[in-house]
Write a protein of this length. Structure first.
Length: 229
């Protein structure tokens, strides 16, 4: 996989540029009893390449990149995969995210997240919208729910307990559909959970995080560096 992006600041907190990404895939499925026996992936999708370029727009007014207390971070990225760039598939993919941060109390922060993804017809199975990807809802195995459109909204309360430890509580809802025009009839997938934070760096504000999340028919434990969004 290769990804390159360049942006230029055209106004305060506002950046415009372009992104290029390439992914070369060689997949094999070996399972005696497949979960979906009627779903046979064609050979040309198992071993293929996608290559595309498109616009990248960002608005970022956060007071801290790693542990924001106030501000907003908005992104819009579009990728046009075409054969002239070496792609085996011709299709478009758009993704948009919006995050907002509000210092409600001296030690508590309210964080909001919204995400939207859309893929046109012709995209391979491995580059569809995958529910639970990135800053979207926790509690779902990424890739279990995938289709040509998805949406998510999430609210999180971040509470500082002392100089080193903190706690978070989060909940949200989203959906997956077979097209952007079908989001009104999407499969709705809720999520809720809580987590513990440990301040790993006072200078940057980076936290180590441990989260437990419950989804519609699954649950998951997460350990990572930095906030989810």
């Amino acid at each position: 996989m290769a990804l390159a992006q360049g942006q230029y600041r055209i106004a305060e907190n506002f950046y415009v540029g372009a992104r290029y990404q390439m992914l070369d895939v060689d997949s094999r499925i070996k399972r005696e009893k497949p979960l979906f026996p009627d779903l046979n992936l064609p050979d040309f999708e198992l071993k293929s390449r996608i290559s595309g370029v498109g616009p990248s727009i960002t608005y970022d007014s956060r007071d801290n990149q790693f542990a924001p207390r106030k501000g907003a971070n908005l992104t819009l990225v579009g990728i046009f995969n075409i054969k002239d760039l070496g792609s085996d598939f011709t299709y478009n993919k758009w993704s948009a995210t919006a995050n907002g941060y509000f210092p409600v109390t001296r030690t508590g922060t309210l964080a909001l997240h919204a995400g939207l993804c859309a893929v046109s017809k012709g995209g391979p199975f491995y580059d569809l919208c995958m529910y639970g990807q990135g800053g979207d809802l926790r509690g779902y195995e990424m890739g279990r729910y995938r289709d040509r459109a998805s949406w998510a909204s999430q609210i999180e309360w971040r509470q500082k307990l002392d100089e080193k430890f903190g706690a978070v509580f989060f909940a949200g809802v989203g959906g997956i559909a077979d097209g952007i025009d079908r989001l009104g009839n999407s499969t709705v997938l809720p999520s809720a959970g809580m987590g513990l934070r440990f301040r790993a760096s006072e200078q940057t504000g980076i936290n180590l995080r441990l989260d437990f999340a419950i989804g519609k028919d699954s649950n998951a434990i997460y350990f990572g560096v930095g906030e989810v969004f």
